[in-house]
Write a protein that binds this ligand. Structure first.
Ligand code: PPS
Length: 279
């Protein structure tokens, strides 16, 4: 569970690998992540008309396998998730208030949060460079849409805070993208424990290499039917994978505006994001 561009795909690969590919020998490992870990929120954003009347190819094909002849107009993801072998690894951008209230009684949730400035940078780049979204404005106008709750999946703060408030629940694991970057082994150990995967240190080391940015990026290049590629050689899901790229993209005015937005929204909360502000 994440707000978009906060490390969803990375965490999907980590969790799927721990649960379904601990020896790195599962022949499905090169199958698109869209099928190994389907997106619960997919049907909401992918109106089939914007994709030429059909969901993306691998998803449409899987749906046809499960339900030959059935129309896709009412969405496809619930059926695809239903047919998935367990333990199911489900991607989801919906916040807790839009999900069943008792969800943590029955499933484990990993929530990934990220510096909202890097999220905005990543989101803007993504929306500006895909066939599907084709955002045409500059980063300032995109950031203002986020800050004014005008972008999909907004409002941002209630999304993060709903998870942050539940962070002590035994079925919720809350992690920052920045912590994954700064000490991935430490975070992999915690996720291993949270999932009850019982993997040895040696296996975690191998998984660490498998889920590195360069490794995931090189495998993504071979995935079939990726609708997000504008150009064949551009894999927009794996752009830079670093902390602090906002500094290369934000004007001083936008930095100040976002810092104020962060401070204002965290007043009277116990979430401290002082590390996310400009020095
Ligand atoms: S989405 O579309 O919401 O599911 O996107 P999401 O996967 O959440 O976020 C994409 C950003 O995550 C980066 N990424 C990684 N960083 C480090 N290591 C690994 N393995 C990794 N995989 C994906 C990806 O590059 C996007 O961030 P930016 O800043 O754009 O590079």
């Amino acid at each position: 569970m994440t707000f978009p561009k906060c490390g969803t795909t990375w965490m999907q690969e980590i969790v799927w690998t721990m649960l379904h590919n601990p020896n790195l020998d599962n022949p499905k490992e090169d199958e698109t992540i869209f099928l190994r870990s389907p997106d619960l929120s997919y049907d909401m954003i992918f109106d089939s008309k914007s994709l030429g009347g059909s969901p993306i190819k691998p998803i449409a094909e899987r749906f046809k396998e499960i339900h030959p002849g059935k129309e896709m107009d009412n969405g496809v993801m619930a059926d695809i998730l239903e047919a998935l072998g367990g333990p199911r690894v489900i991607k989801n951008h919906f916040p807790f208030p839009l999900l069943p209230r008792d969800i943590l009684d029955t499933i484990k949730v990993v929530y990934v949060a990220r510096n909202p400035k890097d999220m905005t940078t990543s989101f803007w780049n993504f929306y500006s460079s895909t066939n599907v979204h084709e955002f045409r404005g500059d980063i300032d106008s995109f950031a203002r849409l986020i800050m004014n709750d005008g972008m999909i999946y907004c409002p941002y703060w209630p999304h993060v805070m709903a998870a942050w408030e539940k962070r002590h629940h035994p079925n919720l694991h809350f992690v920052f993208y920045e912590d994954l970057i700064s000490d991935i082994m430490h975070e992999l150990r915690k996720i291993n424990e949270f999932l009850g995967a019982g993997l040895s240190e040696e296996k975690l080391e191998a998984i660490k290499r498998h889920i590195s940015f360069s490794s995931m990026k090189s495998r993504a290049g071979t995935l079939p039917g990726n609708p997000f590629k504008k150009e064949q050689d551009k894999t927009v899901f794996f752009r830079k994978g670093i902390v602090g790229d906002w500094k290369n993209n934000f004007s001083p005015e936008l930095q100040e505006e976002m810092d104020q937005w962060i401070k204002k929204n965290l007043t009277d909360t116990d979430l401290n994001l002082s590390w996310a502000l400009a020095e």
